[in-house]
Design a protein around this ligand. Sequence first.
Ligand SMILES: Cc1cc2nc3c(=O)[nH]c(=O)nc-3n(C[C@H](O)[C@H](O)[C@H](O)COP(=O)(O)OP(=O)(O)OC[C@H]3O[C@@H](n4cnc5c(N)ncnc54)[C@H](O)[C@@H]3O)c2cc1C
Ligand code: FES
Length: 273
Amino acid sequence: MINEISVSGPLIREVQVLENRPLAQGACLMTMDCPEIAALAEPGHFVKIRAWPEAEDGGRPLLDRPFSIHRARDGQLSILYRILGPATYQMSLASAGSLVKVSGPLGRSLAEADLNPAAGFYLAAGGIGLAPMALALDWLGGRGAATLFYGERRGAAQVDRAWLESWAGDLSATAEASPAYGRTGLLTGPLEEALKRQIRPIFACGPTPMLAAVSDLGGRYGTPVWVSAEAGMACGFGVCLTCSLPLKGGGRFRVCREGPVLDGLTVDWGKIG
Ligand SMILES: Cc1cc2nc3c(=O)[nH]c(=O)nc-3n(C[C@H](O)[C@H](O)[C@H](O)COP(=O)(O)OP(=O)(O)OC[C@H]3O[C@@H](n4cnc5c(N)ncnc54)[C@H](O)[C@@H]3O)c2cc1C
Ligand code: FES
């Protein structure tokens, strides 16, 4: 940690980038020296990051951007991110030794959900939805067995399998149209096979159709599904509803205020365009 900016609310720290490297096409891993926020991190928590000057300048984004905490250990905080637009492009330029602003940890974590980790867990990650899974595995480690189901689209950001296996433990990986991960198809295929063998709660993160399919599986097999929703955010404080998800029975869930972790069985996935 380099410099303290504020101590009220979430911690806001200006921290040093230790490493920022591409993992594959369009996906990067940024590791920062950030002991205070790392010490408080729970799975599903996110941080807001600003890797560019505060002043609006030359098309740089106005708002800090949210990112799930990928890993928090030994005083270091890691973020797994996909380069999409101006903020993530600016992040990709931050070299080791440069300073970035980090606020957090933010949001509702998996640790706050009503669950029994000792029953074992299935983790389901689609694409960059891998981001919160390392911290979830670290948190579940010692509490109960966990298997990670990872799927990605052909042509989407591909992560290196050796890197994935270095932290993923018991892993079942699929790719929609490529045998690169040993098996083609959607991750819901092997996940359903596992549910047939043993029912366990599920923690899922990924694109909306995947979260909908995993929630549907959970409903059919009678097991809880906790999802980490990474909806696009605008205001970030509950007013604009950009990040909100429709709930069965009416009402909306604001990811920025009440999330990002929520019960996937309560979401009306069919109403999301
Ligand atoms: C709680 C939370 C956790 C997140 N965790 C991660 C993470 O761990 N890793 C990661 O890569 N991203 C994560 N995101 C998404 C990340 O915040 C956005 O990718 C980022 O803000 C994009 O900023 P940008 O300026 O680069 O692109 P923008 O200019 O903001 O967006 C570029 C394009 O991508 C679309 N877009 C932006 N955000 C999203 C989104 N969330 N979902 C789908 N499309 C989007 C925009 O509509 C636009 O078309 C998370 C979002 C939330 C709300
Ligand atoms: S981002 Fe505006 S309500 Fe969540």
